[in-house]
Design a protein around this ligand. Structure first.
Ligand code: NAD
Length: 504
């Protein structure tokens, strides 16, 4: 099997796709013969087969490379680290068009409306953490005249970074905090989306990062992800993915008490009170779930609407989504809704829609089956498309109210009082995002304080800002990425106590 493949993109451009493992700044062959097929979700055709790392020899090799690079990288002057991150950000920016196309081809994200924003987010996150590299400090205390104490924030060593399929490069970028804080890292891409991180690896080398600082391998979660989580040479796991796998990773990582950040699933509420700015509430509600084809961990998939505006809101939401969320080919610049990432994901979402219908939920828009424009297309009829779906009159008794669908499906539920809205909003095992629409400032802040979630958007939804921490509570995980808080998850705090003359 060759290490590279020439791939033709829908725009007509072609590029050289790496297929190997990126270890020590080189693409190398995996030691076994296993490979992973990457599918184009818009057509169902195989794009390329990448080499799957062997869970033993190859994971050991990647971890050893990161281990060897660690002391040198840790001790690299902060300003040099900063400049490398900025150089990498500039290279990504220069390559934004091609990276967006590769990301789109592999995930099904519309190039113009989705994938490009992910790449620009990657640029911003690299720049943001470049800014922190030479500013992160500890604290000092003078408890009495004879003592000085201070803290050192020291990198942990080798970090294993496990990436989900929904934002391959953007989720990877959040974990670059590991490298910015002086750790070295082994990244494992999701099985469904291995291509873009390998293309990005070229840029890491071109930027001048020393070999072994950033390593990227492909492989299944059950083998390669598990091997990273259980590896005694890995000092931390930064995991983003489902709650079920997060639980497995937590157990596996106990082998050497690795610290973890777990960014897991969600079932986030969006609560619309009758004093909300109506049009904005409609638009943000749609954006909060139909962006990225609903494959958003913090997607506000449970909409709770006050009874006095319930019917009017449902009608307006249905009309807005029908007119604005255009379904079609990811390379069409008018399209906002591409396919789901995989056949499995398509079937999973369809089965949730079916169960909701079987349980008596009202289909206000969408429903089972393929969107008409796809069913009649010779190119896309085998793509993994799902209709943007609005389900009305949903209650906590319905399965779809409680379980994460992770697709373009929103449930709408009626409430009458603040107390009822809060109870419904908190009626979930998850606690990732939340959103509230009201012009009443006291009610808005009361809700932000009382909702059981890691994040609360007031009068918007999922307008994630990289300066602010991202993460969840309850079954959505723990630890934070982004913002200054993100730094804390990648260093150990050492307390140093200097005796200035206290004699025994
Ligand atoms: P997933 O849990 O199936 O896979 C995530 C990653 O874990 C993949 O790289 C996979 O290969 C790996 N993995 C699987 N089994 C493993 C094991 N036993 N040991 C170690 N690694 C293993 O999730 P997914 O389907 O790729 O992504 C969707 C899920 O991710 C959703 O539940 C979504 O809510 C969640 N997510 C959360 C956030 C967040 O920030 N909280 C962000 C994005 C996605």
């Amino acid at each position: 099997m060759s290490l590279f493949k020439e791939i033709q993109l829908p725009s007509g451009k072609s590029y050289k796709q790496p297929l190997g493992l990126f270890i020590d700044n080189e693409f190398i062959k995996a030691s076994g013969n296993e490979s992973i097929d990457s599918y184009n979700p818009a057509t169902g055709e195989v794009i390329a087969s990448v080499m799957a790392a062997d869970a033993g020899a190859d994971v050991d090799k990647a971890v050893a490379a990161a281990r060897k690079a660690f002391p040198g990288w840790r001790d690299t002057p902060a300003t040099e680290k900063r400049d490398l991150l900025l150089k990498l950000a500039a290279l990504v920016e220069e390559n934004v068009e091609i990276l967006a196309e590769v990301e789109s081809l592999d995930t099904g994200k519309p190039v113009a409306q989705n994938a490009k924003y992910d790449i620009l987010e990657l640029v911003e996150v690299l720049k943001y953490y470049a800014g922190w590299v030479d500013k992160s400090t500890g604290q000092s205390f003078v408890p009495n005249a004879k003592k000085l104490t201070y803290t050192l924030h020291q990198p942990l060593g080798v970090v294993g970074c496990i990436i989900p399929f929904n934002y391959p490069l953007a989720m990877m970028s959040w974990k670059w905090t590991a490298i910015a804080t002086g750790n070295t890292a082994v990244f494992k891409s999701a099985e469904q989306t291995p291509l873009s991180i390998l293309y990005f690896a070229n840029l890491v080398k071109e930027a001048g990062f020393p070999p072994g600082v950033f390593n990227a391998i492909s492989g299944t979660g059950a083998l390669v992800g598990n091997a990273l989580a259980s590896h005694l040479g890995v000092d931390k796991i930064a995991f983003t993915g489902s709650t079920a796998v997060g639980q497995v990773v937590q157990k596996t990582a106990a082998v050497n008490l690795k610290p973890l950040t777990l960014e897991c699933g969600g079932k986030s509420p969006i609560v619309i009170f009758d004093d909300a700015e109506f049009d904005q509430a409609v638009k943000w509600t749609a954006w909060g779930i139909f962006n990225n084809m609903g494959q958003i961990c913090s997607g506000t998939s449970r909409c709770l609407v006050q009874d006095s505006i319930y019917d009017k809101f449902l009608t307006a939401l249905q009309q807005h989504v029908r007119e604005t969320y255009v379904v079609g080919s990811p390379d069409d610049s008018r399209v906002l809704v591409g396919p789901q990432v995989s056949k499995k994901q398509q079937e999973r979402v369809q089965s949730y829609i079916k169960s909701a219908v079987d349980e008596g939920c009202r289909v206000v828009l969408g429903g089972e089956g393929l969107p008409d424009v796809i069913a009649s297309s010779s190119t896309h009829k085998n793509g993994y498309y799902v209709k943007p779906t609005i389900l009305g009159d949903v209650t906590p008794q319905h399965r779809v109210f409680n379980e994460e669908v992770f697709g373009p499906v929103i449930t709408v539920t009626k409430f009458s009082t603040y107390a009822e809205a809060l109870k419904l909003a908190n009626q979930t095992e998850y606690g990732l995002g939340s959103s509230v629409f009201t012009q009443n400032i006291v009610r808005a802040h009361k809700f932000a304080a009382e909702i059981e979630a890691g994040m609360c958007w007031i009068n918007s939804s999922n307008d994630v800002d990289i300066n602010s921490p991202f993460g969840g509570v309850k079954m959505s995980g723990y630890g934070r990425e982004l913002g200054e808080y993100g730094l804390a998850n990648f260093t150990n705090v050492k307390s140093v106590q200097l005796n200035l003359g206290n004699k025994l």
